[in-house]
Ligand binder design. Structure first.
Ligand SMILES: NC(=O)c1ccc[n+]([C@@H]2O[C@H](COP(=O)([O-])OP(=O)(O)OC[C@H]3O[C@@H](n4cnc5c(N)ncnc54)[C@H](O)[C@@H]3O)[C@@H](O)[C@H]2O)c1
Length: 352
């Protein structure tokens, strides 16, 4: 850190490992970040990727992350290499005292994720996971409004994440690649843990893994989560719908829109002795589009990571949440293969 004796650290030295489809965005956003950090170095074994990232920027390119860590005295690094490399590169970064933001999914397995979490503790450095949807302004606003009780009791949360087939993703199927986004957001918004999950999957285009996923997730507080995710749809749709006593919220991740559909009958409530307040009927009411200040989610994510490092605050996304999102996705795959719901101690172990 640029630590002038006697004053608080001001700007962080940032690096990026992995300069592919997502890494390019990290490079651009770190480079544009004004105030908290300077992008000083990048690493990727692909010389073309390094040339693309360094051209026109005052940034040093490396072909080996280890060499970058040894030479650059980085404070923070984004690890955006393939998921199988998240563990070894994260461990190298901690050996050099660097704070890490690793892309989702946190790692390939529970054991790897736990080693990363333990290594962060041992090094006294921050580990956070790039669950980018947590930083989407529409989701943040929805979270704030749900926490304030605007919907009353929540009945259902429904995630739709559809789009065309991405030919470059070969190592995992759609459940592990896209599922962690919605599995994490559901836990984050519902504020309860799943007690039973079930999935159906199909493989239509992918040569090895599933590309269609329909899942359900029953939460301890009674909310039912529904996941509709695939790589088989000729248009991109990323929408989250939350239905409750007082109406329904629809959040569009791409447009960063949040719309409320009121249930005008919600005021006609009665006290249900077992559930507290209950709505007696539902009808169509007014629709209101909430005002959202739109911002690139990755910009919010990297800024909050940098600020957390500078202030010594908690990681913007707890790495345990990243691990749970991965493990829930893996269990969804297992559920689909077995044709059985997963619940009880198997699920509790994941959440422990
Ligand atoms: N948060 C999101 O929405 C989101 C979106 C896309 C990808 N991701 C995650 O980002 C990570 C990368 O995905 P991608 O789509 O950019 O993949 P990609 O295949 O486009 O890029 C990976 C890059 O890593 C490089 N690489 C390979 N070995 C390396 C090494 N030893 N050191 C440094 N770099 C190395 C490759 O040369 C390539 O440039 C994955 O974990 C993926 O799940 C997250």
């Amino acid at each position: 850190m640029d630590d002038v004796a006697g004053s608080a650290p001001s700007r962080l030295r940032a690096g990026v490992v992995g300069l592919g489809m997502m890494g390019r965005n990290h490079v651009r956003v770190w480079d544009e970040l004004v105030g908290e950090a300077d992008l000083v170095a990048v690493a990727d074994p692909d010389p073309d990727a390094v040339a693309r990232a360094t051209t026109g920027r005052r940034v040093t390119g490396y072909h080996e992350p280890q060499e970058m860590f040894e030479r650059e005295r980085l404070d923070v690094v984004s690890i955006v290499a393939p998921t199988s490399l998240h563990l070894p590169v994260t461990l190298q970064a901690f050996e050099h005292g660097i704070n890490v933001l690793v892309e989702k999914p946190i790692a390939a397995t529970r054991e790897e994720a736990l080693r990363m979490i333990d290594a962060a503790k041992a090094a006294g450095r921050m580990l956070t996971v790039g669950h980018i949807e947590r930083f989407n302004p529409a989701i943040r606003e929805l979270h704030r409004r749900l926490a304030a009780g605007e919907l009353g009791r929540i009945f259902q949360i429904h995630a739709t994440r559809l789009g065309p087939f991405p030919a470059r993703i070969r190592d995992v199927g759609v459940v592990v690649d896209l599922g962690p986004h919605d599995l994490d957001i559901m836990r984050y918004l519902v504020g309860s843990e799943p007690i039973r999950i079930y999935a159906e999957t199909e493989r239509r285009i992918h040569t090895e893994h599933e590309d269609l996923f329909n899942g359900t997730m029953k939460f301890a507080n009674g909310v039912v989560g529904v996941l509709d995710i695939n790589w088989l749809t000729p248009t991109k749709r990323r929408v989250l719908t939350v239905t409750g006593e007082r109406g329904m919220y629809v959040a569009d991740y791409i447009a960063q829109d949040l719309v409320f559909y009121a249930n005008p009958d919600a005021s006609a409530t009665w006290i249900n002795p077992s559930h507290g307040m209950s709505t007696t009927s539902v009808s169509e009411g007014e629709m209101t589009r909430r005002a959202i200040t739109r911002e690139e989610p990755l910009g919010v994510e990297l800024r909050e990571f940098a600020r957390a490092v500078l202030s010594g605050g908690p990681p913007p996304v707890d790495p345990h949440d990243g691990m749970i999102a991965l493990l829930l996705a893996r269990m969804m795959v297992e559920s689909a293969v077995a044709g059985e719901a997963v619940s009880g101690s198997t699920l509790e172990e994941v959440l422990a």
